[in-house]
Design a binder for this molecule. Structure first.
Ligand code: HEM
Length: 442
């Protein structure tokens, strides 16, 4: 259980600030064997860490014995009325309302053109800028898309200022929960307050318009959240709507931005894979009817190799590397007792990098996905069960469209090619390696 008070946190943070984050779990394996279940004291709570597919699957599929168990500091930032703080019944209802309009086939079909236009104009802008902070710009790009879905009528100024505030919120979520001026967590709490204020004023404005019987021509997700009623006719309160928005807008751009960055970097660093992926995209472009203006879902479905490139990226680097649950009853997992009230950490990263499932796991090899379908629970970039990411298809669509146009017309060069890239948190890549040149290939 580590040291008094801090438990195993020091070892965890040290590993994740190094170039070998997996050394943390490796030290448990060395001491206690490959049991896949370890006891530790993490984020202020006694915790069971689960690192193997079967046990992760059991916990993720068992909503009767496990509820969300995120650290208090994360709950404070994301919101007590967001998906990680509400009852199971409420969660089910709000997921039903929001997941399909974000991730369903019809919805993706509707968003495709907007995503495509945004990709084309974004890449052109970057090329004209010459040098950019890649991750910062990618975050802006993915934020623009999620804003379109949730708050489509808000203007450019709101969009710009919100994205900046979210950057602070995110840094705070990955920092120690020290609420003292100067620390990232303190800045994140202030960011949350700003977000609440902005969303409250948007809500007030929309409610005022409704009172005057003025309704928008196109409804977005904020309208849907304002209108939804439960079986007793009860509507969501402002706090509930705002927390769901804060959560979705955050989850809906941060991870996609990181994965897009890493996919681009991996491609650029592996010329053979770059060429193979590019050939597929050129072929897809050639086979499009000359009268067709842009990509359709038909072309997206043809991007088979690109899809493997994305899966391989999601497997190797993912900022959602761990998830949190809490046992609501004494429960046995793989023969071990998890006592009621204990936290359970699901180590998605360990599963995705398991050498028994993925030989040479850190090697970027999209072809490992040829004729290979992982068993349920052994590929967890988006989690599993009732809390499976409700934006997984949207994320893959955004990344595919981005890479399609990137491969067809652009190259990036890192300003400092020798800069070390930590394998776990690409936030550090941005701050340590700085800018990236982004020329268009003629
Ligand atoms: C590459 C991009 C993405 C990755 C790697 C990712 C990863 C994940 C993972 C692992 C979870 C499950 C957490 C758990 O087990 O508790 C999750 C949940 C979630 N994701 Fe994503 N996500 C991505 C993109 C998105 C997008 C685009 C959206 C929004 C449209 C989104 C919205 C959410 C929400 C709201 C949840 C909470 C679900 C719930 O508790 O029911 N994510 N994501």
């Amino acid at each position: 259980m580590g040291w008094p008070v801090i438990g195993n946190m020091w070892a965890f943070l040290r590993a994740f600030k190094s170039s070998d984050p997996d050394s943390f779990i490796a030290s448990f394996i060395r001491r206690y064997g490959r049991t896949g279940i370890y006891k530790a004291f993490m984020f202020g709570s006694p915790t069971i860490m689960v690192t193997v597919p079967e046990s992760c699957k059991q916990v993720l599929m068992d909503d009767d014995h496990f509820a969300p168990g995120w650290p208090k500091a994360t709950n404070e930032l994301i919101g007590k009325k967001s998906f990680i703080g509400i009852t199971q019944a409420e969660h089910k209802r709000l997921r039903r309302l929001t997941a399909n309009p974000v991730n369903g086939y019809e919805a993706l079909n509707t968003y495709l053109q907007f995503i495509e236009n945004t990709v084309i104009s974004t890449l052109e802008r970057w090329a004209s800028m010459g040098q950019i902070e890649f991750l910062t710009e990618l975050r802006r790009f993915t934020f623009r898309i999620i804003m379109k879905i949730f708050l489509s009528s808000e203007n450019e100024t709101v969009l710009e200022s919100l994205e900046k505030v979210y950057t602070d919120l995110n840094y705070g979520m990955r920092a120690m929960a020290i609420n003292i001026p100067g620390f990232a967590y303190h800045r994140a709490l202030k960011a949350r307050k700003k977000l609440v204020a902005v969303f409250q004023s948007v809500l007030d404005e929309r409610r005022a318009m409704r009172k005057k019987k003025l309704f928008p021509a196109h409804k977005d997700m904020m309208d849907a959240l304002m209108e939804v009623e439960d079986d007793k006719g009860r509507r969501l309160g402002d706090e509930e709507i705002i927390d769901v928005l804060i959560m979705y807008l955050n989850a809906g751009h941060e991870s996609s931005g990181h994965i897009t960055m890493w996919a681009t970097v991996f491609l650029q660093e592996n010329p053979d894979i770059f060429e193979k992926t590019k050939l597929e995209q050129e072929e897809i472009q050639r086979s499009m009817p000359p009268t067709q203006k842009g990509l359709t879902m038909k072309e997206i479905r043809k991007m088979e190799y690109l899809s493997k490139v994305i899966d391989e990226t999601l497997r190797i680097v993912n900022i959602s590397f761990v998830s949190f649950r809490q046992a609501t009853e004494d429960t046995y997992v793989n023969g071990y007792l998890i006592p009621k009230g204990w936290k359970v950490q699901l180590w998605y990263r360990s599963v995705n990098l398991d050498p028994h499932i993925y030989p040479d796991p850190k090697n970027f090899n999209p072809s490992r996905w040829d004729h290979f379908t992982p068993k349920a629970g052994s590929f967890l970039p988006f989690g599993l069960g009732s809390r499976l990411c409700p934006g997984n298809e949207l994320a893959k669509l955004e990344i595919s469209v981005f890479l399609h146009y990137f491969l067809l017309g652009y190259e990036l060069t890192r300003q400092d090619p020798h800069c070390r890239m930590p394998g776990a948190l690409s936030v550090a890549f941005l701050s340590r390696c700085g800018k990236i040149k982004f020329p268009k290939v003629e």
